[in-house]
Design a protein around this ligand. Structure first.
Ligand code: AHR
Length: 325
């Protein structure tokens, strides 16, 4: 046990130096359970809230957490998972930046006898026994909620036709794929809607700005009725551009966003965003509860979705508490 603790401390120090983050405890007793967590990056307020949730939950549960931030690089996530395997952590948890390309490293984890929990995003692998569980949002349902809001909004406007532009998240990521698919499912068959273009903004505020600028250049303010943006960071970037262009967001153009970051909810309350589909980053306790169960030899559910809601201009927004991210 002493050797395990020594290695844990050294490896955590190593990860802290290379990846700039670690929640290795300075405590004198070794943690009974060590979790290796590969976070995909820090691209949004949501992501930062998610990392904090994992760190705080690990502390609450008394687990050692080796945290590596891959800064949006799949190769760095794969390297981090391999380092967790070398150390023989008890459970590997990771948020895959994209869905494909994980088969080999997941096979390595299985050969080492280490269970893998996916959190926040899914993988697309031929053999789904390569991971033990997925704990995160139902992104398809999120996309549907966005589409359902749009139908209600079109009814309220009495609109005959609405042109939509979509600013999507990282290509090949689960939220990008499913938020798009769910939205299209919800509005399918309703002849009032045309999706003019889908453009990728990588979940970044800076890219949300770039996308909005290029969409406005291409279609003009009069050509766009609705912006469907896959996260709040990109929506906030789009708002910057609409403000500069003298377009009144929420009135001249309908804005539909996803996440529920405080900054975006504030804009919703001001009427500058019309709808925010909630995606909660507070997954830490759900993940650690399943880590606990696994390490006690219990079988855990294959899929766990948190409860999520939708905030819209049609609702009473006075009761929304502080979002915490
Ligand atoms: O995977 C969840 C998404 O990733 C969130 O909607 C977004 O803000 C984050 O970057």
């Amino acid at each position: 046990m002493k050797l395990r603790y020594l290695i844990f401390t050294l490896l955590s120090l190593c990860l802290a130096l290379t990846a700039c983050q670690s929640t290795a405890p300075a405590a004198s007793s070794p943690p009974a359970v060590v979790v290796g967590f590969s976070q995909l990056g820090s691209e949004s307020g949501w992501r930062i809230g998610n990392t904090a949730s994992m760190e705080q939950a690990a502390k609450r549960w008394g687990f050692g957490l080796m945290l590596d931030n891959a800064n949006q690089r799949q190769d760095k996530q794969i390297a981090a998972i391999r380092s967790f395997i070398s150390y023989q952590v008890d459970v590997i948890v990771f948020s895959p930046i994209v869905e494909t390309g994980w088969d080999n490293v997941l096979r390595e984890a299985r050969q080492a006898g280490i269970p893998v929990i996916l959190t926040d995003r899914m993988v697309d692998v031929a053999d789904d026994t390569l991971y033990t569980a997925y704990i995160g949002a139902d992104f398809l349902a999120e996309g549907r909620r966005a589409g359902e809001f749009l139908i209600k909004k079109a009814d309220a406007l009495g609109a005959e036709h609405l042109n939509i532009v979509e600013i999507t998240g990282t290509e090949d990521s689960t939220p990008m794929r499913d938020r798009q698919a769910g939205f299209l499912q919800a509005i399918a068959g309703d002849g009032r809607f045309t999706v003019l273009e889908s453009i990728t903004g990588d979940f970044l505020r800076s890219k949300g700005r770039e996308c909005m600028r290029s969409l406005l250049d291409k279609y003009g303010a009069a050509g766009i009725d609705v912006v469907y943006s896959h996260n709040d960071a990109m929506t906030l970037g789009a708002l910057d551009v609409l403000d500069e262009a003298g377009i009144v967001p929420g009135r001249d153009i309908v804005l539909i966003s996803v996440d529920g970051e405080q900054a975006a909810v504030d804009e919703l309350v001001k009427g500058r965003i019309n709808c925010i589909v909630e995606c909660t980053p507070h997954l830490g306790d759900d993940v650690m509860a399943q880590v606990d169960a696994l390490t006690k030899g219990r079988t855990i559910p294959k899929t766990i979705h948190p409860e999520e809601t939708v905030f819209t201009e049609f609702d009473d927004l006075t009761g929304i508490g502080p979002r915490g991210y």
